[in-house]
Design a binder for this molecule. Structure first.
Ligand SMILES: Nc1ccn([C@@H]2O[C@H](COP(=O)(O)OP(=O)(O)OP(=O)(O)O)[C@@H](O)[C@H]2O)c(=O)n1
Length: 495
């Protein structure tokens, strides 16, 4: 040791050289890593936007989506940035004053203007899709339907956004794009297997959509939608039942119970003590009701609840037709449905109703019991218990809950064993489940048919590897310098 110290003192230059090389090495590594980080990270995150108006039968909602400008094709990148609920009913309710339909949208459009950065306005696509309410109005009166669409079109054209059109989407599109939304948000599309089915319950229609085998879709072309997304082929079964949304199906049940034209209807699907006056025309004017208003009927009837879940199930059963299936398997009303496959997400009114009734995470049997308890609770007690819930919703939950349980089990064939495959959801990763996101992704070509080329390593992995390799090289350099120095000093000692 003493000899070594003596050598260092004799050769002071070696210390300076080692320090100099070490500092140089550190500077080189820092420079390398900094360059790698800066090269791979965008200087400033830029966003793009898209707006979709869901013109439903019961209401209109405006969704604003946002995504990083340079990552359009990355699964799960588009997020819901803002949501605005239009005040008042759905646009189909303005058939007698079509101008009002467009006018009703103005406040939400103003909100959209504030929520999208001004410099992006002109390049932000704006779509309006109308669903079952407008499908029914078109069946009733094409001219009024056109006037309502014309009125919303006029307002949307005057916005600063890139207006792409207002149209009535088909039930197939509503079902299929709901499926795309659910699977896009849960990041399942790139994996190519194990997708989630979509169950959507609106006010005027209900949709069921799930991926199935190619040969299962062959039986009914009108229930088949195929997609090629990220290099994977999907064969979807989809069906939209017009008139089987929550509000129209209630009309079916009321019409079915008032065939005799009585002045009082004792309804087991409404709580005991509930009573209201309804006009016959409010029930029979819907195009979903194919029977005429009963001849013996007066202007209206008193709708009185008796609150009996078992009897309510019988009322509900009568609005389903289980005969006349011409396929290998049917759901109801002679509609083809292949055997259910996989997990399902149930959203919109499925969620509202099942969440209120606390039926989202229990067994089918327990849910039946809870339903029976809710239906038999007196109306005064229900109102006291839930003073902040809208009375219309509160009154209808016994009927709606019974309908949902019946539709899912007897209609679509979920059993006690497969019941847990249904998840009742409102949002996935902060975005609402529904057809609107899938519709926009499709129209903006944001989901490519083939998987985009991806770098062999993600950004973080690349930086880590670079850092690790640089450190390793630096250590090797230090070691070789040290051995060089030791050899050098021992040679001097020999001399
Ligand atoms: N808290 C809430 C909110 C809404 N609803 C009900 O949920 C249905 C609305 O569902 P939605 O998906 O918004 O339907 P729409 O788009 O209006 O109808 P459609 O798709 O059939 O055109 C309506 O029956 C409404 O009464 C409910 O029961 N509880």
């Amino acid at each position: 040791m003493a000899e070594q110290r003596e050598m260092k003192e004799k050769n002071p230059w070696h210390k300076a050289v080692v320090i100099f090389i070490a500092v140089l090495g550190i500077i080189a590594i820092v420079a390398l890593v900094t360059t790698a980080v800066l090269q791979n990270k965008p200087l400033q995150q830029k966003f793009k936007y898209g707006i979709v108006l869901d013109a439903g039968s019961s209401h209109t909602a405006v969704y604003i989506y946002e995504w990083p400008a340079e990552k359009e094709n990355d699964t799960g990148r588009v997020k819901q940035k803002h949501f605005c609920q239009v005040k008042g009913p759905g646009i189909s309710s303005y058939s007698l004053s079509p101008e009002q339909a467009g006018h009703s949208l103005r406040l939400c459009i103003q909100e959209a203007v504030l929520n999208v950065p001004r410099r992006r306005h002109h390049e932000t696509p704006l779509y309006l899709g109308a669903t079952a309410g407008m499908r029914l109005l078109r069946m009733e009166n094409q001219s009024l339907c056109d006037q309502v669409l014309g009125s919303v079109e006029k307002v949307l054209q005057s916005t600063p956004f890139d207006y792409q059109g207002a149209r009535i989407i088909s039930g197939q599109e509503e079902g299929a794009f709901g499926w795309v939304t659910v699977n896009y948000l849960s990041d399942r599309l790139k994996q190519g297997s194990g997708t989630t089915g979509a169950l959507d319950l609106g006010g005027a229609s209900t949709q069921i959509t799930f991926a199935t085998n190619q040969d299962e879709t062959g039986e009914s072309a009108e229930n088949t939608v195929t997609f090629r997304l990220y290099g994977n082929d999907y064969f979807l079964y989809t069906h939209s039942f017009l008139c089987y949304g929550k509000d129209q199906v209630l009309k079916l049940a009321l019409a079915q119970q008032t065939q005799a034209g009585a002045s009082t209807l004792l309804d087991p699907c409404f709580n005991q003590g509930y009573s209201t006056n309804l006009s016959y025309s409010s029930v029979y004017s819907s195009p979903c009701i194919t029977t005429q208003k009963p001849l013996a009927a007066g202007e209206g009837f008193t709708h009185r609840g008796t609150g009996n879940a078992l009897q309510c199930q019988e009322v509900v059963r009568r609005i389903f037709n289980f005969s006349g299936c011409t396929f290998s398997h049917c759901s109801f009303n002679g509609v083809y449905q292949p055997p259910l496959q996989g997990q399902f997400g149930a959203f919109s009114a499925y969620y509202f109703v099942m969440n209120f009734l606390n039926l989202t995470s229990d067994t089918l049997e327990n849910n039946m019991e809870k339903m029976a308890r809710y239906c038999s609770t007196p109306w005064t007690q229900i109102k006291q218990q839930f003073p902040n819930v809208k009375e219309k919703y509160l009154a209808e939950y016994c009927f709606s809950g019974t309908y949902i349980l019946f539709l899912l089990t007897h209609g679509y064939n979920f059993t006690s064993d497969t019941w847990s495959n249904i998840k009742f959801i409102k949002k996935i990763s902060g975005s609402d489940a529904g057809w609107t996101l899938g519709y926009m992704l499709n129209l903006t070509n944001m989901i490519p048919a083939e998987a985009p080329d991806t770098p062999p390593l993600p950004h973080a992995g690349y930086v880590t590897l670079l850092l690790f390799t640089s450190l390793l090289l630096f250590l090797i350099l230090l070691c070789s310098l040290r051995s060089l120095w030791v050899r050098c000093t021992s040679q001097r000692q020999i001399i």
